[in-house]
Design a protein around this ligand. Structure first.
Ligand SMILES: [Fe+2]
Length: 281
């Protein structure tokens, strides 16, 4: 999600891929050809409601997945919330190979009723959240460019599968995304801005208190070596989760996050979501 302007832009998911000027793969003809292939394949499957395509990952992609996921595995032991670690274990996520969305979806469906749809890239906020309303998580399948393994200007399979999928194994967490998605359907543009801040500081960058310790829930940290190291450095200010404070806090997707909110429990986040959406009525 690039900015609030984008959230409130006309609700259109482009038919052609667009890449920011700072995309590390722009000069790599082979990478961009494959990136475009992923775009059209995922968009076609998503719009036609087809099952996620099976991807034959090339050795370079598998190598990149292995390199990053091994480093994240080690960090997760130290930082991740219990529902994340349990979900990741039960899914059997392995650093050996990039998992197929279909195989993850079979496990998710049985556990928490969540489905996965392929995403061509960054979707419009409305499209993204509205899918959540049906307990569907859009997931990209391509990998970032390996010139900058720790950086990607767009969500990729490392962000989506390593960051977002594991906690979806938890039925309560799955209900949270469904609640957010259903609220998005009736949100005015101003309410959508509130919803995006709520999502940002919970689903993407949320922290949870567990047995007196701070643990990470957010996909934006758990899928990023840089964000995790930033969090571990103590440079990010950690404040108690409070709905009005979250709603009053702006964020910049292009910077390391200076402020993180720590909730006492997942239930406290659910309760705050209920309160926010009740205020809208
Ligand atoms: Fe994300």
């Amino acid at each position: 999600m690039d900015s609030m302007a984008e959230i409130n832009a006309p609700w259109v998911d482009p038919e052609e891929p667009h890449f920011p000027e700072n995309h590390p793969g722009l000069a790599d003809v082979d990478y961009m050809r494959r990136r475009r292939m992923f775009f059209y394949l995922a968009r076609d499957h998503r719009l036609r409601g087809l099952p996620s395509p099976q991807i034959a990952y090339v050795p370079q992609e598998t190598h990149l997945w292995r390199e990053i996921s091994e480093r994240l595995d080690a960090l997760h032991v130290q930082t991740a919330a219990a529902i994340y670690r349990e979900g990741k274990r039960a899914l059997g996520l392995s650093s050996e190979r990039v998992p197929q969305l279909g195989e993850l979806e079979r496990i998710l469906l049985a556990r928490s009723g969540v489905r996965l749809v392929p995403a061509e890239g960054l979707l419009h906020g409305k499209t993204y959240f509205e899918l959540w309303g049906d307990r569907i998580m859009p997931c990209t399948q391509f990998l970032r460019h390996d010139d900058q393994p720790e950086y990607t200007p767009e969500p990729d399979v490392i962000h989506d599968v390593i960051g977002h999928v594991p906690p979806l194994m938890d039925p309560e967490y799955a209900s949270l995304i469904e609640l957010i998605g259903q609220a998005a359907r009736r949100a005015t543009p101003d309410q959508l801005e509130e919803l995006v801040r709520f999502y940002w500081f919970t689903i993407e960058f949320g922290l949870l208190e567990e047995a007196g310790e701070v643990r990470v829930l957010g996909a934006g940290i758990l899928s990023s070596i840089g964000e995790t190291e930033h969090y571990l450095s103590g440079d990010a200010r950690i404040v108690d989760f409070a709905l009005d404070h979250v709603l009053a806090t702006a964020f910049d997707t292009t910077e390391l996050q200076p402020t993180l909110f720590c909730a006492p429990s997942l239930q406290a986040i659910m309760d705050a979501a209920d309160e926010l959406f009740a205020r809208w009525n």
